[in-house]
Design a protein. Sequence first.
Length: 233
Amino acid sequence: MSFEVADAEFVAIVGPSGCGKSTILNMLGGLVAPSAGAIEVDGRPVTDVPPRVGYVFQRDTVFPWRTVRRNIALGLEYRGVRGAELEARVREGIRLAGLEGFEDAFPATLSGGMRQRVALMRTLVVDPEILLMDEPFGALDTHTKLTLHAELLGLWEARHQTVVFVTHDLSEAITLADRIIVMTRRPGRIKLVHDVRISRPRDVIKLRETDEYAHEYGVIWHVLGEELAEPGP
């Protein structure tokens, strides 16, 4: 397979379970080496690029022994940020995540959605140019998921990172992305690259009531549904 992601573009990858979506994300992040071919950022191998990539995993991956404040500070600490700058950036991250009042709370006392906000902000607070997201909202209830969709879109529209977002949820992909890559069942290949023709900014609730959303869903589902159906004899 071969595809490109433009600067500041939000791309979603959808496809059946086991088709290789998460593996692609791990290769983009330099965590897994491709068996053939090349993955490049601005024409350079991804493994040679200075740390510019943030990764948000399926599970919230917050450290239970660290408070909200200290979880969000972790990436900054690794990068040598200290003192007043550290405090200011963590304070801003807490504000953006809507976690004021929970700065000293431990993850065990938070809801799943709040923990995922902590994990997301821990990644965003270091200002990555490229953000990789592997079904970060998959385990959440619909209401919490929509709330986080709105928050993510607000943060992305303010910062315009390049985002590659893996999901099983076609509605989520249409709500968030500029472009959707549809993969075939295993062995995964690219079956469709679709431009989402819905203007921004997007209201994550009202969007689903529009004719534009219904059209986008129908076009992509027609292709994706063929891959989700049981193979013939």
